[in-house]
Ligand binder design. Structure first.
Ligand code: P6P
Length: 341
């Protein structure tokens, strides 16, 4: 084939369709004739929230919204100014969506009831989120993220807190937004994982990948080795083994950034029990569960311990913490084998 012929052939190849997140959401809804559109409206609220938060993150230093507000959240962590801004944005956009009965945030001690049983009706949802995960990275222009989890409201439950205390396997949808070198929206509604990138010129999230699959293996682990001495021995045995087998170490200190890298390149992310956090630091309901749903939908694994799936944990508190081992199936298996030995 001559160069001219291949050029003609290439020009005949239809360029990839431009599918926005909004169009993608409507395409997915069309697959369910009985759908009311309530979930689609919630996902669109999360999309506009992501754009608004991204705009604030990009201007943080210019708008002097870096640093702490001088208060602590329910976790006892210093609240960054942008934590509060991001939380307010999510509460206000989700508050406007009929389909949302309850919202629960890392920044709020109790879930917020937006609609009671009477006006909530049947097919209503609970949305849980970490509004700005890794926000301590903001001051140094590091990556931060938003993590969200969507559950159906459990109408049998006596109150809001009980309604959101469901296993991660009950999640209807989950995802995250990474505010990094670009703004990336990663979403699953249980039919695989799709990825979108915000085009700042048009203010639209454009689909760049469908049906993402995590590499089965990759010699890379992600853990805060500063805590190594207080890890349970199995983790220390794993780290010795990994370093003897040429593994690299990558750790940003923001779960969204670390997990996104592993989703695309493979490897394993861990937050083990430590002396300071005997149950691990990461929260089950709005960090571990949504990330585990994403990773499992991409063909990976998410455990709290050998043989114990994150998504099978029956929560007893909305802010409870769990150990996290998350990533490529073969890499998670290597960690689990050392923990079990
Ligand atoms: P450490 C951020 O504060 C966060 O909740 C996660 O995003 C991140 O993975 C972890 O904590 C980092 O914790 O103790 O390593 O700074």
């Amino acid at each position: 084939m001559t160069a001219a012929e291949s050029l003609v052939r290439e020009s005949l190849v239809r360029p990839a369709d431009i599918v926005t997140l909004q169009a993608h959401i409507l395409q997915q809804q069309a697959r369910y004739p009985e759908a009311t559109g309530a979930l689609s409206w919630i996902l669109s609220a999360l999309s506009i929230s992501a754009k608004m938060i991204a705009a604030h993150v990009r201007r943080a230093r210019l708008d002097d919204v870096l640093g702490t507000v001088g208060t602590q959240n329910v976790q006892g962590e210093q609240q960054q100014k942008l934590d509060v801004i991001a939380n307010e944005i999510l509460l206000r956009t989700l508050g406007g969506r009929e389909g949302v009965a309850i919202v629960a945030s890392e920044e709020n001690e109790e879930p917020v009831i937006l609609r009671t049983e009477e006006d909530a009706g049947e097919r209503k949802y609970c949305v849980l989120f970490d509004p700005l995960d890794g926000s301590s990275n903001l001051d140094v222009c590091g990556s931060v993220g938003t993590i969200f989890s969507i559950l159906r409201k459990d109408h049998r439950s006596p109150d809001a807190s009980a309604s959101v205390l469901q296993c991660g396997s009950q999640q209807v949808a989950a995802g995250y937004v990474l505010y990094g070198s670009s703004t990336v929206f990663v979403l699953t509604i249980g039919l695989g994982v799709d990825m979108f990138v915000l085009d700042p010129n048009y203010g639209a999230f454009i689909r760049v990948a469908q049906g993402l699959k995590i590499p089965a293996a990759h010699k890379s682990y992600s853990v805060n080795e500063g805590n190594r001495r207080s890890f349970p021995e199995g983790y220390q045995r794993y780290l010795d083994w990994a370093q003897e087998h040429g593994y690299s170490s990558r750790y940003v200190g923001a779960m969204v950034a670390d997990v996104h890298r592993i989703l695309l390149k493979g490897g394993v992310f861990m937050y083990p029990p430590t002396r300071k956090a005997p149950n691990g630091k990461l929260r089950l309901m709005y960090e571990a569960n949504p990330m585990a749903m994403i990773v499992e939908q991409a063909g990976g694994k998410g455990l709290i311990a050998p043989g114990q799936r994150i998504l099978d944990v029956q929560p007893d508190d909305i802010h409870q913490r769990v150990p996290v081992i998350l990533g490529s199936p073969e890499e998670v298996d290597h960690v689990a084998a050392h923990l079990a030995s």
